[in-house]
Design a protein around this ligand. Structure first.
Ligand code: PLP
Length: 405
């Protein structure tokens, strides 16, 4: 067998692997609670379904242009105007098969071998592997103060002659924290000044809580010309509960979009046409589902944080967006992979080890499931780790006895 060095250097996606493990255990009838998921449970908006199905019943499902069908690009342009107050042209827009492909193709477009890309821990699991796949070197900022808010000084300290880009994801997967507006403003200007590309991963931009407005990174950019360093990534996946449709997009300077289109045309061609029509339906249809999802998630966040705060020694920063939180369990176990495995083995709760996001001692917990699952999931976690818990716990009619320290 001859597997390339590059392929051997790439890790499997921890989150996708955990989804598989949970599905296998559930198929065996195990009472699994999945707090590791990365997708809202609701249905896709009706406008997405009807628009895609009316295209599909014609039976004529053809290749799309490599950068997306004109109707989707038009809908993205409208979205950019409405949500970011920024007027862009079709030459600034490329649709891809999910935000994941958008980020990957953007990196392939920018990086020369050994170029460095800086991002802050905790970071989305895929960034380091994507940077490596594109031939670059990942460089990680680790904010020290436990708030998960990086500072401009921490980024500036790592900028060197090989720095090509910075990736920012706010609100952040896994911490759920929305970075401070002043920080984003400073970073946009810093990157412009230094000639560094800034990839804004706005996957969760609309999923913010407590009545806060989403942060608009364009507000701080001088102008969106050919020389703009700002590359903004979005998708329908999370805000419309359309993860399986696989549609994301990039808005960037024309040259970047043209180069990305060339790569994509050789890599996958345009995204699946029915999915693009579904995205058109979602973006141009009734928007109330986003408010509904936001309210559901905010309530679920409150329930999860209140329950976590009942576990002595567990520290958690209250998220102000997404559907994740990133509690610190190091008072009980510093090795997050070990803790995650123990919780799955002993109490059948799926979590994601913080190690995968660049911060050991933490677990990523999702609150996109039902309130019942959230409460019971955290209860089971407490039972497994807190030595002051009662000796017995029932999972349905199965009695568990705590026989570990
Ligand atoms: N960026 C972040 C921060 C994510 O959390 C995810 C998905 O989990 C993506 C990008 C990828 O989104 P998509 O499913 O549209 O590829």
């Amino acid at each position: 067998m001859s597997i390339s060095q590059l392929a051997r250097s790439i890790k499997e996606s921890a989150t996708l692997k955990l989804n598989e493990t949970a599905a296998i255990l559930r198929d065996k009838g195990e009472p699994v609670i999945h707090l590791g998921g990365g997708e809202p449970k609701g249905r896709a908006p009706i406008d997405a379904i009807t628009t895609a199905s009316s295209m599909m019943v014609t039976g004529e499902v053809r290749y799309s242009p490599a950068d997306g069908i004109p109707s989707l690009k038009k809908a993205i342009i409208r979205y950019t105007e409405e949500c970011y107050n920024r007027v862009v042209t079709p030459a600034n827009v490329i649709a891809s098969s999910g935000a994941k492909q958008s980020i990957m193709v953007a990196l392939q477009t920018l990086l020369e071998p050994k170029d460095e890309v800086i991002f802050a821990a905790p970071y989305w699991v895929s960034y380091p592997e994507m940077v490596k796949l594109a031939g670059g070197v990942p460089v990680v900022v680790t904010p020290e103060d436990g708030t998960f808010q990086p500072t401009i000084e921490e980024f500036a300290a790592l900028v060197g002659s090989y720095t090509k880009a910075i990736i920012i994801n706010s609100p952040n997967n896994p911490s759920g924290v929305m970075y401070k507006k002043d920080f984003i403003a400073e970073l946009v200007q810093f990157c412009e000044k230094k000639g560094i590309y800034l990839i804004m991963d706005d996957t969760y931009n609309r999923l913010v809580f407590d009545g806060q407005a989403p942060i608009n990174c364009y507000e701080f950019a001088k102008d969106f010309s050919e020389h703009s360093k700002l590359i903004v990534i979005n998708c329908v996946s999370k805000m419309y509960a359309m993860t399986g449709f696989r549609i994301g997009w990039t808005v960037a300077a024309k040259e970047i979009v043209q180069a990305m289109t060339n790569i994509q045309s050789q890599q996958t061609s345009g995204p699946a046409t029915p999915s693009q029509w579904a995205a058109v339906g979602a973006l141009t249809g009734v928007q109330s589902s986003i408010d509904g999802l936001r309210m559901t998630l905010e309530n679920a966040r409150n329930v999860m944080i209140a329950r976590l705060n009942m576990i002595p020694g567990v520290k958690v920063v209250k998220p102000n967006g997404t559907f994740y939180c990133f509690p610190d369990f190091s008072a009980y176990e510093k090795d997050s992979a070990k803790l995650c495995q123990m919780l799955l083995d002993k109490v059948r709760v799926v979590t994601v080890p913080g190690k995968e996001f660049g911060m050991d001692g933490h677990l990523r917990l999702s609150y996109c499931g039902s309130l019942k699952e959230i409460k019971e999931g955290v209860e089971r976690i407490q039972w497994a780790i807190d030595p002051n818990s009662p000796n017995e716990l029932y999972l349905g009619d199965r009695k568990l006895v705590r026989d570990w320290a």
